[in-house]
Write a protein that binds this ligand. Sequence first.
Ligand code: AMP
Ligand code: GLY
Length: 425
Amino acid sequence: MRILVVGSGGREHALCWKIAASPLCDKLYCAPGNAGIAAIAECAPIAVEDIPALVAFAKERSVDFVIVGPEGPLVAGLADAMEAAGIATFGPSAKAAELEGSKGFMKDIAAKYRVPTAAYKRFRDPEAAKAFAHTLPLPVVVKADGLAAGKGVVIAETHAQAEAAIDAIMRDRQFGEAGAELVVEDFLDGEELSFFALCDGAHALPLASAQDHKRVGDGDTGPNTGGMGAYSPAPVASPEIERRIMDEIVRPTVAGMALEGRPFKGVLFAGIMVTGAGPKLIEFNVRFGDPECEVLMLRLKSDLLPALMAARDGGLDNFDLRWHDSAAVTVVMAARGYPGKPETGTPIKGLDAAARIPGAVVFHAGTRLNAAGDVMAAGGRVLAVSAVAPDVKAAQKLAYQAVDAIDWPGGFCRRDIAHRAITRS
Ligand code: AMP
Ligand code: GLY
């Protein structure tokens, strides 16, 4: 098979790494890819938003199967465009991707199909949103409806903060048109968990759980980021909790989306709060998490490709995946300045030494090769330095050994990734 992966992050490097190992894969392309991906796939410099160019490329290269990494192109209809051109694609249609593209839509689906989630209301008028926020206990949560790269959520500790957030999102359009509508909802208290299931429109196959660290600083302090590290499995995800997530959240959503005429195919990423009353849905994403994908791929024993094909073709009810009984940890190395204005263009050395550490794998998240063939930082999150070992403590140790082998003065990382899992075990 000739495969095209769309995206340029650590998630896409991990997907390419796993797919390149599949006996079914004859040729692997990635658009646009990065310096790490270029070592295992042929990279094509096409932006993920450029749907016509991606379709033209896939046709020209006789691609058999496309795997879409990020949410932006899915919400914009990349999977629909590929399928319309006769190219099988892993990833939801635009209508199904609204589960991530509109938080209000996601909440309405949850309410209609009785998926446990925070009580909420949708608003197009800022004054009405403020009045409702005043009726909720503190903290109160304000969310831009549309895609805002993970930044459109404010947990307001006071009603004045909630009002300011509503004005910033809706009046000042801090996140552009994503803020034309907003959701105001109750705060959920508990431990957060990322849960992944493959879906074929009718059935769902659980993958595995993971937890990420969203704050930039050690001890989970400082501003939010896309994720500074992750580990899998998540100790909070007991078999009982996983069963409840599948029965109470994933399966009702898959059934509901089919009834709505928007069958969900692809990977459903449920952001879960494990509360005293059990798992509750925070939000859905319609793609793999980043950096959660990196730790999942390290733990997956089976070939990924047939599973992704079954998600597209149907038949996940007769599918089984095998996992290594080990733990994986990934530590994100970011460019100085992230999550504000990252300093790019700094050289990264020592990658080979890091990769020689048994059990360690360095995924590239934001890199490019310069004319001399040196790896340069080209983004906020730059490397996802990962390791797999029999337990989480050993995996953490290996991951930091690999981090320490990397010579990159322009970067930084947290030193405590997986601390919660280690304390628990
Ligand atoms: P998002 O960008 O939508 O992933 O949301 C960012 C983060 O906000 C989530 O990962 C949660 O930590 C937090 N969050 C969102 N909604 C709620 C809620 N209702 N209660 C508590 N935390 C929330
Ligand atoms: N790491 C969280 C996300 O991918 O949205």
